[in-house]
Design a protein around this ligand. Structure first.
Ligand code: ADP
Ligand code: MG
Length: 350
């Protein structure tokens, strides 16, 4: 009987801690893909190639041409709370996707992970971790940059494995994550391929060049299609240090479901009720209740005006002044839509 003899308190070992934390960071293959692609972007990659098999359940491979990881740092990259991105003293000034130093440790706790990497002017090296056990660093042939391979996700946690959806549904979620990040990084080439019996490329966006608004327009054409860009107007508005850019589709291009709504805060894809609500409110006078606006919105601001350390998956943010963020979206979009409507009616009249 538990109440009679109190259980002794023990410190969990690192592998157990990582498995527990992994529950929050890695929900499904798409969350692993997100962490790995974000790492590639943080490493300054110009080229990111993602390969997935069986919806990501058996293989996720992310290859980049970024800075690479020095051989002697490979074991550290896999240990928890180890990061090259912040020094811990300033959690309010985060410009990278990563900062928590737990993605690779988590992935190594719930799958078979290998990292092969080479920094400029050095030999390549490789490390493996499986079920939380980190192997030694061995020399390996490799191009400049990093290849991370994650096999058999959740093989060590069968309960989680059972919650995964069909390969098709997981693949859909992976594609969505890759496309979202591709929108945020128009100057980076991004590909997504499926490995297995019938290998094929699912998505490709070449690196864009030129002014930001042109690069973004072409990138959105690659991701969302020609119809979206031909029916969308560029945004540019500012309010109290928050800057709104992106493209908003004309009301006539609205959808029956909220499927084409993409929000980014300081380049980070987010799902935020406040911002989605503001988007709806902006279109209220232009759309009937059963229609949903399509838009890609970027809010950029000084990193001290928004807290990105709300949840381990880093898809939630908290603005220091939520009212300003909402007002910026509502008024920025309304003005742009009214202008476009005005231009359309004067063109017809002319
Ligand atoms: P975080 O991104 O929060 O720092 P991660 O566990 O995702 O934590 O990565 C740990 C560290 O490994 C990073 O801080 C970085 O130094 C290194 N790293 C991970 N992926 C890459 C990559 N693709 N290219 C270069 N360095 C990487
Ligand atoms: Mg990371």
């Amino acid at each position: 009987n538990i109440s009679q003899s109190a259980a002794r308190i023990r410190q969990l070992d690192e592998a157990a801690v990582n498995r527990i934390a992994a529950g929050e960071v890695v929900e499904r293959p798409a969350s692993a893909v997100k962490e790995l692609v974000e790492n590639a972007i943080d490493a300054g990659a110009r080229r990111i190639d993602v390969t997935v098999a069986d919806g990501g359940k058996t293989l996720i491979r992310v290859e980049d041409d970024g800075s690479g990881i020095p051989a002697e740092d490979l074991p550290l990259a896999l240990s928890r709370h180890a990061t090259s991105k912040i020094d811990g003293s300033d959690l309010l000034n985060i410009l990278t996707f990563g900062f928590r130093g737990e993605a690779l440790a988590s992935l190594g706790a719930v799958g078979r992970l290998s990292i092969t990497s080479r920094v400029a002017g050095r030999e390549g090296a490789r490390i493996e971790v499986s079920g939380g056990r980190i192997g030694g660093v061995t020399p390996a042939a490799s191009g400049q940059g990093t290849v991370v391979e994650l096999r058999d996700l959740f093989y060590a946690t069968p309960a989680r494995l059972k919650f995964l959806r069909s390969d098709r549904a997981e693949m859909q979620a992976v594609t969505d994550v890759v496309k979202r990040l591709a929108m945020a990084e128009p100057y980076v080439r991004v590909t997504l391929s499926e490995a297995g019996d019938r290998p094929r490329e699912l998505f490709r966006a070449e690196a864009e060049t030129g002014a930001p608004v042109d690069a973004l327009r072409r990138r959105l054409r690659a991701v969302l299609g020609r119809e979206f860009v031909e029916n969308a107007i560029p945004l540019d508005a500012e309010r109290e240090g928050l800057h709104l850019t992106g493209f908003a589709a004309l009301p006539t291009y609205s959808r029956g479901a909220a499927v084409q709504q993409y929000l980014f805060v300081n380049g980070r894809p987010v799902r935020d009720k406040l911002l989605v609500g503001a988007l709806r409110a902006a279109y209220m006078d232009f759309l009937s209740r059963d229609r949903h606006p399509a838009a890609v919105l970027f809010i950029d601001c000084d990193p001290t005006l928004v807290d990105v350390n709300v949840h381990p998956a880093k898809t939630e943010v908290r603005f220091r002044d939520p009212g300003t963020a909402r007002g910026l979206i509502v008024s920025g979009l309304r003005h742009a839509l009214a202008d476009a409507g005005h231009r359309a009616s004067t063109t017809v009249a002319a």
